[in-house]
Design a protein around this ligand. Structure first.
Ligand SMILES: [Zn+2]
Length: 208
């Protein structure tokens, strides 16, 4: 990772029983990006609908991707309800203050092209440093022999977690392998995305 790569950090007082994927009109999880070398330690700010459960002032960020919000934003149930300009404080009571003085606040990033199943074999020694087709020649037999619902679920979970940790709140996966036993691959991916709170577009495509 580069020195300026965003890290996701935050706090949440609620322990949701079950996460669900939020639709495009639903409140989004709130992410606070951290521009230093601190390892990921936090959680997403969200509740069971993917939203922050309390009225929270994300206060005094280093920078924010919004106008007239120099002192941050107030979020309530996952929605930005107030911009707080320089020299001001939130108009209404807040339940919690998140000290963003070492953070920048940005919208969630969107990854539009992923092949999450490849996560498990991306460091396979036989496939390293190869052009596309030699690389596929190595990996297709491995995938055909070993891919199953359990490790496909693990690959999806790992890929989604990596996305979250780099600030992605939405993703599209291009899943193209349906070996015997993987007929329910789309359901597995939908479940994993729901559990982690990402928005996801599932594309059962061979080539994209
Ligand atoms: Zn591709």
């Amino acid at each position: 990772m580069g020195d300026n790569e965003a890290m996701v950090s935050g706090e949440c007082t609620a322990a949701p029983e079950r996460m669900v994927t939020t639709g495009s009109q639903e409140p989004a999880a709130i992410f606070v990006a951290r521009f230093d070398r601190t390892p990921y330690t936090g959680q997403l700010l969200r509740n069971s609908r993917g939203a922050c459960p309390v009225r929270m002032w994300i206060k005094d960020p280093i920078a924010i991707f919004a106008e007239r919000a120099g002192r941050g934003v107030v979020v309530d149930d996952g929605r930005i309800v107030e911009l707080v300009p320089f020299g001001a404080e939130p108009a209404a009571r807040v339940d919690q203050v998140f000290d963003a003085s070492r953070h920048v606040v940005v919208p969630g990033l969107i990854n539009t092209h992923h092949h999450m199943l490849q996560t498990l074999t991306r460091a396979h020694p036989a496939a390293l440093n190869k052009e596309l087709f030699p690389w596929l020649d190595v990996l297709f037999p491995i995938w055909a022999k070993h891919l199953n619902p359990d490790n496909f679920r693990l690959a999806t979970r790992l890929a989604l977690t990596e996305l979250l940790m780099s600030g992605c709140t939405a993703a599209s996966d291009h899943q193209y392998l349906y070996t015997p036993g993987l007929e329910e691959a789309m359901d597995i991916q939908a479940e994993e995305a729901a559990a982690l709170g990402l928005r996801i577009t599932l594309t059962p495509a061979l080539s994209t």
